[in-house]
Design a binder for this molecule. Structure first.
Ligand code: FES
Length: 157
């Protein structure tokens, strides 16, 4: 069964769309609202968004698969995104990714069984001067080492 927006989200989606000359230009904010409601953008949500914006589902899919902040499956309560781009890699991101994999006992792209943590590796987070760095939900953490990661995760417990 295809999902439906709550009345509240539907109202917000319609309001966002009204700010754009063409409905399809509202794709990213509508995806954001949709993900906030359903926790993910799977094929069902893609169809819903496409329907609302009068575009083809493939156009929605293109955006969903391009932007790392859009998730095709539900994430854990804390989504850890570790940068694996050049500066961070040179500063030891690979070791930290392995450390997180061992600590959480999951691979990138997976979520812990208690749905608390999801781990992803991503391209540049735009904070290269703080390499190696990661995001947990919308918060940035830089100049990371194993001790700092332990502290960040402990604070989330
Ligand atoms: S390379 Fe990691 S934030 Fe830019």
């Amino acid at each position: 069964m295809s999902p439906e927006y709550s009345d509240q989200t539907k109202k917000k989606v319609e309001e966002v769309i009204s700010h754009y000359p063409k409905k399809e230009a509202a794709l990213l904010p509508v995806l954001h609202l949709t993900q906030r409601e359903f926790g993910k953008i799977s094929k069902e949500e893609e169809a819903l968004v496409a329907d609302f914006l009068n575009i083809k589902p493939i156009q929605v899919r293109e955006a969903v698969t391009f932007y790392s902040m859009i998730h095709q499956k539900e994430m854990g309560k804390y989504h850890i995104q570790v940068c694996r781009n050049l500066s961070c890699t040179l500063m030891g991101a690979g070791t930290l990714i392995d450390y997180l994999k061992d600590k959480l006992n999951i691979e990138p792209g997976e979520t812990t069984p208690d749905h608390k943590f999801s781990l992803s590796t991503v391209e540049c987070l735009g904070a290269c001067e703080q390499a190696p760095c990661m995001m947990v939900n919308f918060d940035y953490y830089g100049h990371l080492d194993k001790k700092k990661i332990d502290q960040i995760l402990d604070d989330l417990e």
